[in-house]
Design a protein around this ligand. Structure first.
Ligand SMILES: C[S@@+](CC[C@H](N)C(=O)[O-])C[C@H]1O[C@@H](n2cnc3c(N)ncnc32)[C@H](O)[C@@H]1O
Length: 391
């Protein structure tokens, strides 16, 4: 895990994160990726020549990009805890057998996680080793369960959802059905009055800010949050197919039902490829604010970007400046892929008007409609046509 040098951004005032000062990034917030790697595959279309800058979060999508064929991935996060998590997953993939990896991470049951940690530990960089040495209780739980967001889903699953549906109905929701069958199931068995009320209460801005995210992450949000998530639940249960949705399965069962079709880094069929790519050094983890890191990058450094939904934690002004700084580090034709969770953020109009950047709404809408990480309001796929013109 490397730390980026101080910003040398070309704007008059150096770019700095706004949210870094307002929220605590010393804890694991996201132990898993809550963004569908299939969106990245469809947007970035990684191949051996791809050099991708990817927001790290839990690391899952940086690993997915390697599995999908990207030549090189730089995984950036301003949270030391998230960086330590990515390093732990990387070290575990490099050290353990696939079966042990699943047990160690918590994807399957296990009681020997601390013993497995002692085997993984020598493979960790010193910062990450110090971090995990001080958190044995998190290692023992299985680290894919220990994020603040996963904890909110656990509370929902164990304390709220049992009052809404019994086990049989919950299991039945994940049986394969046609679109019409899912619509009937939703109306007849799922969308009862208790569900409608409690979803609105639990997935509200106030509760999510306290239990799952942070108050500051809602600073630029202007929509009715609980209404948004109620509508997205309909999308997940009816428009999408729950029987093949790892994100929905985790929320309601606390585990993945089908590892082969979920996160690529956990899938048995990708294990050896991923381990070889990591052993070749195809992943670099950088613990830094994106804002500062960009100033250290040469023009043409990257051909693709997984930007998660970082823009919505920024003011309009900072979003535009960071977007421009990203575009300047792109190779001509580079792709920016990013989600909007609750805040609309897209390519700055000035860049679209000058032709420096184009946006592919048709592709983005298609990917958004199929996005198994159904919580988001939108997805964007932009192309940097002329990086020089982004100045
Ligand atoms: C943007 S968050 C999104 C998570 C989830 N979709 C949500 O909205 O709550 C994903 C990761 O991005 C990191 N992150 C956010 N803004 C960043 C920035 N400006 N530079 C580096 N990392 C950043 C966070 O620490 C986190 O691990």
């Amino acid at each position: 895990m490397t730390s980026a040098p101080a910003s040398i951004a070309t704007d008059a005032t150096p770019l700095e994160s706004e949210v870094a000062k307002r929220a605590d990034f010393g804890q694991v917030r996201y132990a898993q990726s809550w963004e569908d790697p299939e969106n990245l595959r469809g947007a970035i279309r990684p191949d051996g020549d791809s050099r991708v800058l990817s927001i790290a979060a839990a690391g899952d999508n940086s690993f997915a990009l390697l599995v999908q064929g990207a030549g090189r991935v730089v995984s950036v996060d301003m949270s030391p805890a998230q960086c330590a998590l990515v390093e732990l997953k990387r070290a575990a993939i490099l050290t353990l057998s696939h079966e042990e990896l699943l047990r160690f991470l918590g994807a399957t049951e296990g009681s020997d996680r601390l013993a497995l940690y002692m085997r993984v530990r020598p493979e960790l960089p010193i910062d990450a080793r110090d971090w995990w040495d001080s958190q044995p209780q998190l290692v023992a739980k299985g680290v894919i369960h220990v994020g603040k967001l996963e904890n909110m889903f656990r509370i929902f699953r164990t304390r709220v959802h049992p009052a809404l549906h019994g086990r049989r109905t919950t299991r039945a929701a994940f049986e394969p059905r046609t679109r019409l069958g899912r619509e009937e199931f939703w109306h007849e068995r799922w969308n009862n009055v208790r569900w409608q009320l409690l979803i609105r209460m639990f997935f509200s801005e106030r509760v999510i800010a306290k239990l799952g995210r942070d108050k500051s992450f809602f600073e630029h949000v202007q929509i009715d949050v609980s209404k948004h998530y109620s509508q997205r639940a309909y999308h997940a249960f009816v428009e999408l197919d729950p029987s093949t949705n790892p994100f929905l399965q985790y929320i309601l069962f606390g585990r993945y039902l089908d590892l082969e079709h979920g996160h690529p880094y956990l899938a048995p069929q990708h294990f050896e490829t991923l381990r070889d790519r990591l052993a070749d050094g195809a992943l670099e983890v950088v613990c830094a604010e994106m804002e500062g890191y960009l100033g250290t990058c040469e023009p043409g450094s990257f051909t693709g970007y997984n930007l998660s939904d970082i823009f919505e934690w920024m003011s309009d002004d900072l979003h535009e400046r960071v977007y421009r700084a990203i575009a300047r580090t792109s190779a001509p034709g580079g792709t920016l892929a990013y989600w909007n969770n609750l805040v609309p953020r897209s390519a700055p109009t000035s860049l679209l008007a000058s032709g420096a950047v184009t946006t592919d709404r048709e592709l983005a809408v298609r990917l958004h409609d199929a996005d198994r990480s159904f919580l988001y309001r939108d997805f964007h796929v932009d192309t940097v046509v002329d990086p020089e013109a982004a100045r």
